[in-house]
Design a protein around this ligand. Sequence first.
Ligand SMILES: [Ca+2]
Ligand SMILES: [Ca+2]
Ligand SMILES: [Zn+2]
Length: 530
Amino acid sequence: MHTRLGLVLRFTSVLAVAVLVAANPAAADPKAGDDVTTYSDSAGRVTAIVAAPGKTLRTGTGDATAHLKAYARRFGLNAKHFVVERVTALPGGTAVRFQQQAAGVPVLGAQMIAVLDDSGSLLSLHGNLSAAAAKDAKPGKKAGDVRGLAQQAFAAEAQIAAAALEEAEPQLAWFDPAIWAGTPSKGQVRLVWSVKVEPTSLAGWGGEILFDAFSGAEVLKLSHKHEISRAICDANTTYVSSSSICLAKNASRIEGGAVSTVADVNYAYDYFGATSTYYQTNFGYDLTANIGSTGKGDNVKRLRAIVRACVAGYGCPMQNAFWNGKGMTFGPGFASADDVIGHELSHGVTEHTSGLTYSSQSGAINESLSDIFGEFTDLTDGLGNDSAGVRWDMGEDLPASIGVIRSMSDPTRFSDPDKVSSSYWYTGTNNSAYVHINSGVGNKAAFLMVDGGTFNGQTITGLGLAKAAQIWWRAQNTLTSSATYNELNTVLPASCRALVTAGIGGLTSADCTQVDKVVLATEMHLTPAA
Ligand SMILES: [Ca+2]
Ligand SMILES: [Ca+2]
Ligand SMILES: [Zn+2]
């Protein structure tokens, strides 16, 4: 496929860029070359190396570890500190996710992603990486000192019995705050016990708590609850108890079964179907197999929902809808919006693909990907209100008491940022506010990529929904779990170029130039205010 001349030029170019980066360590902007683009952070450390369309960084037959060995030193790291965590098949290739370790213990969120083409050659490498150089990992506190605390904390948060949650054995890990702040790592890591909790039914939700491995103090608490909005009500009808998982024998409507007399049941059924069809048709991704759950005496994976539910702590009727890792729970009327259902199910997809942590910038991108795939589903499913006036609105089919909650074409309509430097960028400490507000930057990028337009000095030709969807899907599968907008700044253009190389979705180099303008217009290369 490549000419000999092409190969020679390619390797020459790789070397030239490497020298340039070494000679100019303060460079923050991508260095463009004919065949390869190298990205660095504000401290001059390399964060991504991406081949041009039709080119590869290194030929091979699928040994991602060999690829990493050849390139790790460009990132200032040793390949022996990485272990393969996950291999994901993509249209036209594979994404291999490596977890970074120090002294044999994982550095939370520190990952390197290698993207290979379908012959196993390397297309790109990028990472959110730690400078941790610890020689040993000896905790002062034992696992037994923190065991049970996370289970109690999440039970209290959800107002359910601790027995309704399952806690995994505490695991040692390094916590590098720079990984989550999106700033260059100084290697200042803290040894922690990471304790994960999962719900055993549709009641409650899980999460993860990091405890300092010496003092035992809580370092970080990450709740896995995803909610679309909040409201307080004063009525009181039916509550979901910890035994209220939706089993087939109790279902009002089951796969292929008769239409229900309850409108909310049919909405949930139809919109689960619409989202499933969207993922299957566009990405060959089986929603039920990947995010479905099983229940007691109902050992078949299903997308499960309880509609017209009330949940303790939310009031009744509950003015909300959420995904908790096992299924969805809707307050009365909340199953009526196809974009909201696509949004919530996409949280399940994110959990099983990029695994974006629901906190800080990775949480904002998690929220944005849910809005993006929820709205992409809405715009193509022929269901609900699809009129031009509500294009890119989130929640236009929600009950009038809630109504539209966000705009992806103009996030500022709801005081959400449309670019990283926006005065609407939220810097406060409320995590729910942070992720639901700062998702605006990703949402604006998705709108610009699809419909185009002039924004922030860039005039963009829209790629349309089908092409843009392939780029965002590849990003969903190749982002690290701690991704920042700065990582999207490299991953969106790299995804486009890999798709051109793979000949997928009809994408062209000219399209990728538009993607470059999208990330520039939304300022993903900038570090947000803290
Ligand atoms: Ca629709
Ligand atoms: Ca919508
Ligand atoms: Zn959400």
